[in-house]
Design a protein around this ligand. Structure first.
Ligand SMILES: Cc1cc2nc3c(=O)[nH]c(=O)nc-3n(C[C@H](O)[C@H](O)[C@H](O)COP(=O)(O)OP(=O)(O)OC[C@H]3O[C@@H](n4cnc5c(N)ncnc54)[C@H](O)[C@@H]3O)c2cc1C
Length: 413
């Protein structure tokens, strides 16, 4: 029994002890839970982050095409859900590759394969190919180009409207990914060794808006327990919220996951070249996995179908060590926010995501929590995938903070 299992068990037990059935205003039975609000003063904000989610007009871009005499396989465009759908999407494309393309390749598993990008998708693709016995893999990545992965929140949930032509495949990919992270948590994944490393955790998520279609996908498969109605009391304030809680939701720390995947790529001696690929014709390999995130459409001439979405978030530090009960290090809060028109003409939709971000060290700093964020669609990117200056929206950070302060009953500024 790992230390984590014991901690998780102790934690769940302590929540159980806090449970007390009450009757809510709407006569629904609710359990009372207690939450220590985060500290949200200037000295508690360690970083203001700005980054891009690689979105697409369709739920994703999983295209297979022949371009410049190469078989090009794209795995990109998952918007704010790339960690959630990622490993399932990699499996889906590798299956298709092995059934349709591999039989025609003269060198089979010795065939030279190029992967463009080493975010979560490119790294998982490299490691799964290696695990399947492919011997000739080369990863290209441009250190100067933006990567969404380390900036992500890490809440594992993605939904798609029932009836959408891709809905079944999307749900299956989400389930495959969830099972992959569960295996990593239990120590049975072929290369993600997440035990005792803070990479994968099962944590309660408290949501506004009732049941989550995304999480019900996992509940239906018995990968998660059904949710419960909760009255969440914010300690030291008069505030409480009626929320819906899934007690064993999945949280993945994207920065730690990516560090681990890069470590594994090195360990398995998969070569990585720091080079910007401007055109597919620069690559010698006859098979190319295009995992270049928000820039994936540029390489295949389909940039118009990509919707880069700007995200703002904050990293918190100097949080109280001794916070009682539930807090931002042992649970997730996901609350719908507002939509408004920004003064620079952008349409901003804002929600409140307060997630742990423990164990992450950067520039000597230990972060403790992640607070997001905004979704501003269709921003313009430069050659390296960064948002152009005219699309920056620094006021967003103040909106995010005030949104969170309001939720936790703290004074707004
Ligand atoms: C603020 C925010 C919060 C998010 N929260 C969540 C969440 O809670 N849950 C979730 O599931 N997802 C979340 N996401 C989404 C998730 O981060 C992305 O969908 C996912 O990380 C995309 O991974 P990727 O590997 O496709 O792209 P990236 O991580 O962007 O990697 C692309 C790679 O390609 C390289 N590259 C690009 N162009 C070239 C080129 N021409 N030549 C060589 N290399 C190139 C880059 O250097 C980079 O390494 C969030 C995203 C943001 C921005």
């Amino acid at each position: 029994v790992s230390l984590y299992t014991l901690i998780a068990f102790g934690f769940i037990l302590s929540i159980e002890l806090h449970h007390q059935a009450v009757s809510s205003d709407s006569n629904e039975e609710r359990l009372e839970h207690y939450y220590s609000p985060p500290l949200l003063e200037d000295e508690n904000i360690s970083k203001e982050g700005l980054c891009v989610r690689p979105g697409h007009t369709e739920p994703y871009d999983l295209s297979f095409e022949r371009l410049h005499n190469k078989q090009v396989i794209t795995i990109s465009g998952f918007g704010g859900s790339g960690i959630t759908v990622g490993e399932g999407a990699v499996h889906a494309q590798l299956e298709r590759f092995e059934s349709q393309v591999l039989p025609q390749l003269p060198y089979h598993r010795e065939t030279e394969i190029a992967i463009i990008g080493n975010g979560v998708i490119g790294s998982l693709t490299a490691l799964h190919l290696n695990n399947k016995g492919y011997k000739n893999i080369l990863v290209f990545t441009d250190q100067k180009s933006a990567s969404a992965t380390p900036n992500a929140g890490g809440y594992i949930a993605a939904s798609i409207a029932d009836g959408h032509p891709e809905a079944e495949q999307y749900k299956q990919m989400c389930l495959t990914t969830f099972k992959g992270f569960s295996a990593a948590f239990e120590g049975t994944h072929p290369f993600i060794d997440a035990q005792d490393k803070d990479i994968v955790r099962r944590l309660p998520v408290y949501r506004t808006g009732g049941k989550s279609a995304a999480l019900e996908n996992y509940v239906a498969q018995r990968l998660m327990k059904p949710g419960i109605n909760v009255k969440l009391h914010i300690l030291d304030t008069e505030v409480s919220h009626n929320l819906y809680c899934y007690e064993d939701a999945m949280y993945v720390n994207p920065r730690l996951l990516l560090q681990h995947l890069h470590h594994q790529v090195t360990r398995y001696q998969i070569p990585v070249v720091d080079r910007h690929i401007g055109y597919l014709s620069e690559i010698e390999a006859s098979v190319v996995f295009n995992c270049s995130g928000a820039l994936a459409g540029k390489l295949t001439g389909k940039q118009g179908s990509y919707i880069p979405t700007l995200g703002h978030y904050m990293l918190l530090h100097n949080q109280p060590e001794s916070a009682q009960g539930l807090n931002s290090s042992n649970s997730m809060i996901v609350a719908q926010g507002s939509e408004f028109a920004a003064n620079n003409g952008h349409n901003v939709s804002m929600s409140l995501n307060l997630l742990p971000k423990t164990g992450v060290k950067e520039e000597g700093e230990n972060y403790q929590a992640y607070l997001g964020g905004t979704f501003i669609k269709n921003v313009r990117l430069n050659r390296h995938g960064y948002v152009k200056k005219e699309n920056h929206y620094p006021e967003a950070f103040k909106h995010i903070l005030n949104n969170a302060r309001e939720f936790f009953g703290l004074p707004t500024s």
